[in-house]
Design a protein around this ligand. Structure first.
Ligand code: FE
Length: 296
């Protein structure tokens, strides 16, 4: 547990943290992940089929509530997904209600995935962050939207992990975890963290170097980046192929975590905390939460 607290301390200090894959493996194993499920996690993205708005991407998502009062995490019923310009997300599909294929049991019942949710909870719960408008910081629960994403570059179609350029994810805490890649160059898909004054929509290579606050590249299984989403903006460079006659593929898990919305928020009508009936899932959260909440 002390290593989780080390990550938490670093996250509180720098407002972001990069945890390399081997360290994540040992942290997640401590939190209940099995070796078999680590191996399964590398394959889960093969089940991705489509994306509602992006031709170079395949995706699924699912919502999970992390409730410190009951000390449970549980799968929430499906709702459409939307991000707005007001949340620093400027893209052709801003304000568009998007319905993704749903995360299935192969991912949500994976012990490594559940350990990632517990890990993120332990790092972020009780951390004081810049507040977003119309999120209810008096509520105890966290709403986590999990995305399993495959970005694919093919001849004539460049795969962009962040087509929107400089942006934020509209949440309090973003966590991105690398699963695998095929035929991808070693300089592909680097993440850049920008001061909040950087201009939304700028391409990763058009940004102001004086506003660049950090950079990280996911290259190994479970390499993980965590960012306080309303304190840094971010951008990501494209996925480039090594052999340009073959597709280049990058598989990721993305965890968006925020407080529940209030009336007037673009997601207010899509923020139910009812459990998912057809795809139920729940797991325990560690017990020493009061100590955590006051440790900040
Ligand atoms: Fe993002």
């Amino acid at each position: 547990m002390s290593d989780v607290m080390d990550v938490r301390s670093e996250y509180i200090r720098a407002r972001w943290a990069f945890i390399d894959g081997p360290r994540m493996v040992s942290l997640l194993r401590y939190l209940g992940a099995t070796d078999e499920d680590f191996e399964q996690l590398k394959l889960v993205s093969e089940q991705l089929e489509s994306d509602p708005t992006l031709p170079f991407r395949k995706s699924r998502n699912g919502r999970i509530c992390l409730d410190p009062q009951t000390r449970r995490g549980y799968r929430l019923e499906a709702q459409p997904f939307v991000l707005s310009r007001e949340e620093d997300f400027v893209r052709h599909d801003s304000e568009t209600l998007r319905t993704f294929d749903e995360v299935q049991d192969d991912l949500q019942l994976n012990t490594a995935l559940q350990a990632m949710l517990v890990f993120k909870f332990l790092v972020v719960h009780g951390v004081d962050v810049a507040h977003r408008p119309r999120l209810d910081y008096d509520r105890a629960e966290w709403i986590c939207t999990l995305f399993n994403l495959r970005t694919v570059t093919t001849t004539g179609l460049l795969g962009e992990p962040a087509l929107e350029g400089v942006h934020s994810d509209g949440v309090d805490h973003t966590m991105t975890t690398f699963l695998s890649a095929r035929n991808m160059t070693a300089d592909s898909a680097e993440t850049f963290l920008h001061d909040m004054r950087e201009v939304n929509g700028r391409r990763w290579h058009e940004t102001d170097p004086t506003l660049l606050k950090g950079r990280a590249r996911h290259g190994d299984f479970l390499d993980t980046l965590m960012v306080v989403d309303h304190e840094y903006k971010h951008s990501v460079s494209p996925v480039y192929p090594i052999d340009d006659t073959e597709p280049a593929i990058r598989d990721m898990l993305i965890f968006f975590t925020r407080k529940p919305t209030e009336k007037g928020h673009v997601s207010f009508r899509y923020d139910s905390v009812a459990p998912h009936r057809a795809l139920p899932m729940s797991f325990g959260l560690p017990a020493d939460l009061p100590a955590l909440a006051t440790a900040n």
